[in-house]
Design a protein around this ligand. Structure first.
Ligand code: ZN
Length: 226
């Protein structure tokens, strides 16, 4: 089953949307409210991310499992021509490429025969850290990408939202921490739904985080399939 994110805007809602866009430059800057640099737009009582709305107005639906990529690296830009829809696999491969022998095709994710699950590892400064075992490669990928976003600052291509993460098959004895806070799967899902790195997520105030969590249903809807 293909889940598709569909937003039907009335002409009046479209007019209200474009009224918040400054088209004077090459990047169309969002002049309305922002969350961590991304424009947000209230539509039918729900918060949507502006660049996704713009893309859907101009180019149509976004299929499940696809993420929006700002080719211009400007989060506040809503120019549809600067937005690309890529699979998160393509996105992850843009980082530095999965190892040839990895069955998952994703850097840091491989099948563990012993655990009968997908194993996620991240290597930083020569030290490999096991992040956990997951039922699907996509879940493992979501976690390695989140962790790399926390550890690395120059992995631009990684720094995108990907689908929600199912609870891991096996928890690590000690959960990863970001900015001294223990990361829950709920945090990972919420951060990714909003296109934030975990570091950015935990730099939000408690209020901002609760607002983002409350509006989680309006963040991009993905279905993770095994
Ligand atoms: Zn742009």
């Amino acid at each position: 089953m293909i889940a598709v994110e569909t937003l039907a805007l009335s002409p009046r809602q479209e007019a209200r949307f474009w009224a918040k866009v400054d088209k004077s430059g090459s990047c169309w800057e969002w002049a309305g409210a922002r969350v961590r640099g991304y424009g947000v737009f209230r539509l039918n009582g729900q918060m949507q991310r502006s660049h996704r709305v713009s893309y859907q107005i101009a180019k149509g639906d976004i299929a499940a499992g696809k993420i929006m990529d700002h080719a211009c690296r400007n989060r506040g830009c809503v120019n549809p021509d600067h937005l690309r829809v890529v699979t998160y696999k393509e996105n992850a491969e843009n980082v530095c490429g999965a190892q040839k022998n990895s069955q998952s095709g994703v850097l840091g994710v491989r099948w563990s025969r012993n655990a009968r699950a997908w194993r996620a590892d991240v290597t930083h400064n020569g030290k490999q850290t096991l992040l956990g075992y997951f039922a699907t490669a996509q879940d493992a990928e979501a976690v390695v990408v989140a962790k790399r976003n926390e550890l690395f600052t120059h992995n631009d291509r990684d720094r995108q939202a990907i689908g929600p993460v199912a609870a891991p098959k096996y928890f690590r004895r000690r959960r990863p921490t970001v900015l001294g806070k223990e990361v829950s799967w709920e945090d990972i899902n919420a951060a990714q739904a909003w296109g934030l790195t975990l570091t950015e997520w935990f730099s939000l105030t408690d209020f901002e985080r609760s607002e983002c969590r409350r509006n989680i249903t309006t963040a991009p809807k993905f279905e993770v399939k095994p």
